[in-house]
Design a protein around this ligand. Structure first.
Ligand SMILES: Nc1ncnc2c1ncn2[C@@H]1O[C@H](COP(=O)(O)OP(=O)(O)OP(=O)(O)O)[C@@H](O)[C@H]1O
Ligand SMILES: [Mg+2]
Length: 308
């Protein structure tokens, strides 16, 4: 659905995006995870033709973007990092404005506006001026405006920045639903957990460069560290200490009242561990297996932590 080849852009002689290439397949949520100044917005702005690349090519659904803008407008939706709404008019009027820009009108537009207001939980406040909205409501409306024309590809530039956890949840659920309904999504974020929860595949970007990309599973293999196996339930300390048995590489990490954590190098499967667990007299309430995280990958690749 989206193919980017060797794309670069510099500002004042400094590369903001440094010859990146990646591809987003139809139907997936592709994450662009990176800290402030990594080049996420610059990339998004080039994809939607707001910025002209210094070099490189962008294809949307096989169409090269620099030559054929009008054809692409209907395929593409953009939700910019800075909320792009008119504050002196209502949510309904904002959506009408954006819909008309995309050539929508009449009952088709009216129906779509109603549907979006309902979907984003804004229907009761639809006639209020946007200036009286909370930050979370503005973010939701910003997202609604980006999908009014039901684009095939949606670019989301940090759509949850600066809002409370509940509002953030609401947006993330909406993004998942939009993807389920068939829209391909490029999602930029500097939140590790969003990338983890949302994205089918992702690229880690820093200083304008893609450091690694792929599925979370393949990316996290880079660190080649240990899996963490967390068991909660009822057991004695003695049970917990004896459990590793003949699995030499299994190490007890922490032992609390009802929870014990072991670590096991990635190269070992968890089958034997689970067998031991079943034989051990544990009453298991929950077992979770935590694979090496994107966090540790970022540290490994950059030598520093990805923080807000
Ligand atoms: N219009 C501009 N003029 C000059 N420099 C710019 C401009 N836009 C971006 N930059 C620089 O390019 C680099 C990448 O910026 P960009 O906004 O793409 O990062 P980002 O990953 O979106 O960061 P954030 O998470 O803060 O939004 C930064 O060093 C930034 O200062
Ligand atoms: Mg940005």
């Amino acid at each position: 659905m989206l193919k980017v080849e060797n794309l670069s852009k510099s500002f004042n002689g400094k590369l903001a995006v440094d010859h990146i290439s990646f591809q987003v397949e139809k139907g997936e949520i592709f994450g662009f995870l990176g800290p402030n100044g990594a080049g996420k917005s610059t990339t998004i702005n080039m994809i939607c033709s707001l910025l002209k690349p210094d070099s490189g090519l962008i294809f949307i659904d096989g169409i090269e973007t620099s030559s054929t803008r009008p054809q692409l407008r209907k395929k593409l939706g953009v939700v910019p990092q800075d909320v792009a709404l008119y504050y002196e008019i209502s949510a309904e009027e904002n959506l009408r404005f954006w819909g008309e820009l995309y050539g929508m009108k009449g009952s088709q537009l009216g129906k779509r506006i109603k549907e979006l207001l309902l979907f984003f939980g804004l229907d009761e406040r639809a006639r209020d001026k946007v200036k009286n909205y909370s930050g979370g409501m503005r973010r939701r409306l910003n997202l609604a405006a980006g999908i009014i024309h039901q684009p095939e590809l949606l670019l989301l530039d940090e759509p949850t920045v600066g809002i409370d956890p509940q509002a953030r949840h609401h947006i993330l659920d909406a993004v998942k639903q939009i993807a389920k309904d068939g829209t391909t999504i490029l999602y930029t974020t500097h939140y590790m957990d969003e990338a983890e929860n949302l994205c089918d595949r992702l690229a880690i970007i820093d200083h304008g460069r893609i450091l690694t990309s792929g599925s979370q599973e393949s990316i996290t293999k880079i660190v080649g560290e240990n899996r963490f196996l967390k068991v909660s339930g009822q057991f004695t300390a003695e049970n917990a200490e004896r459990l590793p048995g003949d699995i030499k590489e299994l190490t007890l990490i922490s032992l609390q009242d009802k929870e014990v954590v072991y670590s096991l190098p990635m190269k070992y499967g968890t089958g034997e561990f689970i067998e031991n667990l079943n034989k051990s007299g544990f009453i298991i309430e929950n077992l979770s297996i935590k694979e090496p995280s994107l966090d540790s990958v970022f540290i490994k690749l950059t030598g520093r932590e990805l923080r807000d």
